[in-house]
Design a binder for this molecule. Structure first.
Ligand code: IMP
Length: 181
């Protein structure tokens, strides 16, 4: 696969991602083996590829739903406030909810999501996040299943974007700083 000029380097290649997603799916399948009513809630748009791969490797029955939130408006400047754009179709009350997110940066988005779902009284509530940038954290959030910790850089591919570009790159690459600073 060709690497676009704006991508500085490949951080996680396809094989590395697939192997880790398989491990996460195995762990989740073991943990939810005795639970009925698991709902995976993917956070649009960034988590759509991660969720698709993860869900297909689960060996426990589950439903899939989505939620959409406001993302950073221009490039990487965090607007701070999180806004709900599209809610789930199914009710999560009494269900085992697993929020599937692409990346935790400041923690604001996941914090908002967990607070929102907690208020709806699910049977249980956990989060599964592919990437975390711990150096950027402003709010401590609960991440139950984590794919990779990464350094503080803007990453794209495997669902993650910069200004809605690069989402379908099969790997996760670091964007050149000149492209967003
Ligand atoms: P937080 O609320 O600061 O934790 O940001 C979470 C959201 O910011 C993620 O769901 C992404 O949409 C976006 N985001 C943060 N860092 C990156 C990145 O490096 N690449 C792409 N999107 C990112």
């Amino acid at each position: 696969m060709e690497i676009p000029n704006s991508v500085e380097k490949v951080l996680l290649d396809e094989e590395t991602i697939a192997a880790r997603v398989g491990e996460l799916a195995a762990q989740i399948s073991a943990d939810y083996a005795d639970n009925d009513g698991l709902i995976l809630i993917g956070v649009l748009k960034g988590a759509f590829i991660f969720l698709a791969d993860l869900a297909r490797r689960l060996t426990v029955s589950h439903h899939v739903d989505f939620i959409a939130l406001s993302s950073y408006n221009r490039g990487t400047a965090n607007a701070g406030a999180v806004r709900l754009i599209m809610d789930t179709r199914t009710s999560v009350t009494g269900q085992h909810v697993l929020v599937v997110e692409d990346i935790v940066d400041t923690g604001c988005t996941l914090h908002y999501l967990l607070r929102t779902f907690h208020a709806r009284k699910p049977a249980s509530l956990r989060s599964c996040v592919l990437l975390s940038k711990p150096d950027r954290r402003q709010i401590e959030v609960q991440v139950d299943y984590l794919g990779f910790e990464i350094p503080n850089a803007w990453v794209v591919g495997y669902g993650l974007d910069y200004a809605d570009r690069f989402r379908t790159l099969p790997y996760i690459g670091e964007l050149r700083r000149e492209a967003y600073e």
